[in-house]
Design a protein around this ligand. Structure first.
Ligand SMILES: NC(=O)c1ccc[n+]([C@@H]2O[C@H](COP(=O)([O-])OP(=O)(O)OC[C@H]3O[C@@H](n4cnc5c(N)ncnc54)[C@H](O)[C@@H]3O)[C@@H](O)[C@H]2O)c1
Length: 322
């Protein structure tokens, strides 16, 4: 029987996934103390209630601050969500994104080792596969980064495994595929497709919807609650995960054109998309083999795409009313 930890640390707790994880974790393990860190570079101040946790505004690149947080709170588990996470942003800023996404991960691993945490859960990405040749893609598929972001996630994964092998620190890399859901804003130029299109429908003054390429590219979308659950399952797993990389996804692909049709059908609104050339570094197709997640974590995606999309639409509608 899993014993809830006394304390955990969440990096990137003001971000889309980190804040959803924080909320669910508090509900599920109300006795656990939560320390969080975020520098708000892409996160939002209204994404979480800082009163409910020990929150530190600062960067994961600040080693002294990390020492202070680890020494004071002694987290048993570290959930590492903080990153500069957009593929196209990394194409424009390889060095800056490398410092945070790769270097920041190594620094957190060093502190996790120094303070002897139980497990380090790293947010990796399906981007590591690039143009994967085999579908559904298994974790042992060749890695072929098409962007600095993908190379940085591969680096983070390799360091996680190395820290397990060299120092016996238990780590795991969860490779999320295209996460979507309530709480994901679509207002940045780097927003992902579902959030960006819904933003253009509900806030047309703020955002123009666009489509890159011909829309036949397909994606394995993963609902936010399933990603949150995978992180909790990784913590609860009683076997050492020893640096394993594990796909976390819905396990089926849907084309971007099909996503557009569903959005129009569920909202009753017409998407007016501007056509743009295909994006540099974008993979034409992603679909995950999720059997390892089932075997190692007992993970099963619980939200069907249509249900997840409807919940996401409801959230955009509620924002429109507030
Ligand atoms: N959203 C997806 O589809 C997806 C897919 C695969 C992997 N991921 C990974 O999941 C994690 C969370 O992604 P997200 O979608 O919630 O992104 P997000 O941008 O919403 O959240 C990232 C958070 O990290 C914070 N951050 C960035 N740099 C920091 C720094 N130097 N110090 C402290 N905090 C910092 C940001 O302010 C933000 O709150 C990332 O590691 C991302 O690469 C996301």
């Amino acid at each position: 029987m899993f014993k809830p930890p006394k304390t955990i640390l969440i990096t990137g707790c003001a971000g889309f996934i980190g804040s959803a994880f924080l909320k669910k974790f508090k509900e599920k393990f109300p006795e656990t103390d939560i320390a969080g860190i975020d520098d708000f570079s892409t996160g939002r101040r209204d994404a979480f209630d800082p009163a409910g946790i020990r929150f530190y505004e600062g960067s994961i690149l600040d080693g002294d601050l990390l020492d202070k947080i680890f020494a004071k709170h002694r987290p048993e588990y570290v959930f590492h969500f903080a990153a500069l996470p957009r593929v196209s942003f990394s194409v424009e800023h390889p060095y800056l994104t490398d410092r945070v996404n790769a270097g920041g991960t190594v620094l957190l691993l060093e502190k996790s080792r120094k303070f002897k945490i139980k497990k380090f859960v790293f947010s990796s990405s399906s981007a590591v596969y690039g143009r994967a040749g085999n579908f559904p893609t298994e974790e042992n598929n060749e890695l072929h980064p098409l962007s600095p972001y993908a190379a940085q996630k591969i680096s983070g994964e390799r360091y996680c495994r190395l820290f397990s092998e060299l120092y016996g620190l238990d780590t795991v890399s969860l490779r999320y595929f295209n996460v979507y859901g309530p709480g994901q804003y679509g207002d940045s130029p780097y927003s992902t497709v579902i959030a960006a299109w819904l933003e253009s429908l509900y806030f047309p003054g703020r955002k123009k919807g666009f489509i890159e390429g011909d829309g036949t590219q397909s994606r394995d979308f993963c609902f936010i609650a399933d990603v949150v659950n995978a992180n909790i399952l990784a913590m609860e797993s009683d076997k050492p995960l020893s640096g394993a990389a594990i796909n976390i996804a819905g396990g089926y692909a849907i084309s971007i054109n099909e996503v557009g049709k569903k959005i129009e059908s569920f909202t009753g609104k017409k998407l007016n998309l501007v056509n743009c050339p295909p994006r540099i570094g974008d993979a034409p197709r992603t679909v995950a083999d999720i059997s390892r997640a089932g075997a190692l974590l007992n993970y099963r995606p619980e939200t069907k795409f249509d249900d997840g999309l409807k919940q996401t639409i409801q959230w955009f509608e509620s924002r429109g009313k507030s």
